[in-house]
Design a protein around this ligand. Structure first.
Ligand code: PEP
Ligand code: MG
Length: 799
């Protein structure tokens, strides 16, 4: 008899389903469940080993049909398949049928002795009766209800979905779709209103122009069609990563509306669209960023030309992946995915095959793509042209070897440009660029999103600004009204001054709030610390209410420098930062480079698996002279500024800690300095450190949880690889468990524990982390006021 396995996150649910099936088949069905996990406090979850055991329990020569509930139930089941012997695995079929109706239908069919194909067919049509009763079409899938799949005439599996995302399937949901279906070896297509495109191509999906309210159909055919369809269904049910926006009906970036009408008839002003509020008067500086020219050179050969483009793309990709780790990194992650689009590669290769040189081929393909975006129906899609232009330019810069034009500004100025690329905005010095005014651009362009995130007043689509304003002219930007004033009347000037005062006063109030301690309503206080990369971040940290520095990434002092910073240079920076924070703690992390983050001034051999190679402390212990210079600078800085503490990254073993401590003792002795008093802590970012936490806690003064690396190592998913980005999720139960164990070990040993990975600044995680016992959070400065507000709003925290 065909065996049935029910995989569910909830043991109660699976037992209920099994009870029903047993009753319907009078106990004849051979049914096993794999549900919940063996953790009394968090029993919801699925476990691959349990799934494997259940399959083995009911498998005979007739095979097994597995029904699963959601998300990780599928992943656990797939993992269980990997673990099974070939002989059993080949007899197992996973079906996407709804778990209750599907299990009933499958159990009845199996109990009747039908073949596995018949059992699958029964399970797959399990909703038909209900649909018929409710008058729904049986073949089509209901738009927003429980998904189902059908086999079309062409044997493709299909799934229909009504899109509810406020902005439709724009770049980020499209990136989520590609990331979800790309790993499966099958053909996947997405259709809207008769137009079908590859669902593995970000640009093609984006060009479909799917809007809120559109119905789309997903098709999958080929070897792994079922898995691709299942994954897509799960993603669709999560509204392609935008469940929150859909549920709350939020338009969180003002992205939905068509362009506001611009009033062009204001004396002494040019009108545009407001992107970010604020009123600023400063001299204008004009920036023109051009596309590099295609060189005048001969075609080499197709292979070499293709390699040239591939190398340039890979170089830009590395840069984008690094940028993707910072706030608003999803913009750059989406750019990286655009770059990886197979359709672009195919088109470039086709041009090269026709003997067009690499630079020309790339430019032509990307220009055509930008033009397609520009011609899109929706305002939002039209504004993506700037993204295509940006990545096109970045690859052209690498291809041609042209130096990118840097925006150098010496005094506080209003930056005027035709448009700015996200990569330009990300590199702006906020203290110098007091406002941005673009003649093009859009409210929803990624550069606008970044300007908002950086708090820079900005207006876009100010037509004529580049013609009417000369470099050095004193101008006023009213970011609230979207106006550029070049000749305000006296009355207007007074009005502007009044508005400016109001704005500054409001900002002042917000900053005052930022300095207030963050205490929950039941009286639990947290410490809000800043992650910084150097002295240039001090001001922002203090303004945003940082109560010290939880992570100073010292690698920024080393990277890209032609020569390593000397002991004196390092000493000066460490003491400067420590002085700025008074008595508050300054956590200086020792050099965390190696492998993927090479040091220009200290070349090291390339490694095959850089993330598993000589990173962080491993490299420092192997290169003692390099480490010793930093330790000496740090020990001396601590003697002058006792609020300094040392943090070691990538610790896995007690032996490493002891080796570091021995080196510190050696340098203290050499310097004639007392070692006592320098707190030495470690980052918990390697799974081994979690398992060794009790032993490590006995050796060190504090732990800081680095969720960025901890997540990648626990999930075995490269944090920079968009293909596995779904796994790089710090809300995964395994990562949460690692965090919990770390906090418990620290508490048991009576040492302090903080968190300095991105999760610490994610307000969606704050309550959970506090419930796990975390009280010290270290995040990018600009995230601290919101973090504090979130804490203040919490009513009761249990730990
Ligand atoms: C981390 O891994 O969480 C961390 C804070 O360090 P980095 O992001 O610098 O690797
Ligand atoms: Mg790290």
């Amino acid at each position: 008899m065909v065996g049935i396995v029910v995989v569910s996150h909830s043991r109660l649910l699976a037992e209920g389903v099994a009870e029903l099936a047993t009753q319907m088949t009078q106990g004849k069905a051979k049914l096993a469940i794999a549900a919940g996990v063996d953790d009394p406090e968090n029993p919801i979850g699925t476990d691959a080993i349990a799934v494997m055991g259940a399959i083995e329990e009911v498998c005979d020569q007739n095979g097994v049909v597995v029904l699963m509930d959601l998300g990780s139930a599928l992943l656990s089941t797939e993992m269980a398949l990997e673990l099974l012997d070939d002989e059993i695995r080949n007899k197992v079929a996973l079906v996407s049928a709804p778990i209750v109706e599907g299990t009933m239908a499958a159990s009845v069919a199996a109990a009747a002795g039908l073949s596995i194909d018949a059992v699958i067919a029964e399970a797959s049509s399990a909703l038909d009766v209900k649909k018929e009763h409710l008058g729904e079409e049986i073949i089509a899938v209901e738009a927003v209800g429980v998904p189902d799949c059908i086999v079309t005439d062409t044997h493709a599996l299909t799934f229909k979905w009504l899109v509810k995302n406020p902005h439709g399937i724009h770049a980020r949901p499209a990136a989520a779709i590609v990331g979800c279906v790309a790993p499966f070896s099958c053909d996947v297509q997405l259709e809207k209103a008769g137009q079908q495109v590859s669902a593995k191509s970000l640009n093609s999906i984006a060009k479909l122009g799917v809007r809120c309210g559109d119905e789309i159909t997903f098709y999958a055919s080929g070897a792994e069609a079922q898995q691709a369809l299942d994954a897509f269904v799960v993603l669709a049910n999560q509204h392609f990563g935008e469940a929150e926006q859909v549920e709350k009906g939020i338009d969180n970036s003002n992205e939905s509306g068509e362009e506001p009408i611009i009033d062009t008839d204001i004396e002494g002003a040019l009108a545009g669209i407001s992107v970010n509020g604020g009123i600023v008067t400063a001299p204008a500086i004009i920036f023109i960023q051009e596309m590099p020219n295609v060189p005048n050179r001969d075609f080499v050969n197709a292979e070499q030309e293709v390699i040239k483009v591939e190398r340039a793309i890979s170089e830009v990709n590395q840069h984008l992946e690094a940028q993707a780790k910072f706030p608003h990194g999803d913009i750059f992650a989406a750019h990286a995915m655009m770059l990886a689009d197979p359709e672009i590669a195919m088109q470039v290769e086709a041009k090269i095959a026709a003997e067009v040189i690499a630079e020309q081929a790339w430019l032509e393909v990307m220009t055509a793509l930008a033009a397609q975006y520009q011609a899109a129906d929706s305002q939002y899609m039209r504004e993506r042209e700037a993204d295509v232009y940006d990545i096109c330019r970045q690859v052209m810069i690498v291809l041609t070897g042209e130096k990118p034009k840097a925006i150098t500004i010496n005094e506080p100025s209003v930056l005027l440009a035709r448009d700015l690329m996200p990569s330009d905005v990300a590199g702006l010095d906020k203290s110098k660029v007091v406002a941005i005014c673009l003649s093009e651009g859009g409210k929803t362009s990624h550069s606008a999103i970044l300007a908002r995130a950086m708090g820079i007043p900005a207006v876009v689509k100010v037509q004529g600004c580049l013609e009417q304003v000369k470099a050095g002219d004193e101008i006023t930007i009213d970011g609230f009204s979207g106006l550029l004033w070049f000749a305000p009347s006296k009355a207007v000037q007074e009005e502007l001054n009044g508005k400016r005062h109001e704005w500054l006063a409001a900002q002042e109030l917000a900053l005052q709030h930022a300095q207030t301690k963050a205490v929950t309503q039941d009286g639990i206080e947290i410490q809000a610390l800043a992650n910084i990369g150097g002295p240039e971040d001090i001001e922002s940290a203090l303004e945003n209410g940082a109560e010290g520095v939880g992570l100073f990434r010292t690698e920024f002092l080393f990277q890209d420098k032609a020569e390593l910073p000397t002991e004196e240079e390092q000493y000066a920076v460490y003491t400067q930062i420590a002085r700025a924070f008074g008595d508050n703690p300054i956590t200086i992390r020792s050099l965390d480079v190696g492998g993927d983050k090479p040091l220009a001034a200290y070349p090291m051999p390339e490694e095959e698996n850089p993330f598993l190679g000589q990173r962080g402390v491993r490299l420092c212990l192997k290169h003692e002279a390099l480490f010793a210079t930093q330790l000496r600078a740090l020990i001396r800085a601590h003697a002058a500024q006792p609020n300094i503490q040392l943090m070691i990254p990538m610790i896995a073993t007690v032996a490493e800690v002891r080796a570091v401590k021995a080196l510190i003792a050696k340098q203290c002795k050499a310097l004639g300095v007392e070692q006592a008093g320098l707190s030495v802590g470690i980052m918990i970012e390697v799974p081994a450190a979690v398992f060794n936490a009790d032993a490590l806690a006995a050796e060190v003064d504090f732990f800081s949880i680095g969720t960025n690396d901890l997540t990648q190592y626990v999930m075995a998913a490269d944090r920079g690889n968009t293909e596995v980005s779904e796994l790089v999720n710090y809300f995964e139960p395994a990562v949460l468990k690692a965090i919990e164990l770390t906090i418990q070990s620290a508490n048991k040993a009576g040492i302090s524990v903080s968190m300095c990975g991105e999760m610490a600044g994610d307000v969606k995680a704050t309550q959970l982390l506090m419930a796990l016992g975390l009280r010290k959070f270290s995040a990018s400065s600009t995230l601290l006021p919101a973090l504090k507000q979130t804490v203040r709003a919490l009513e009761a925290v249990s730990a």
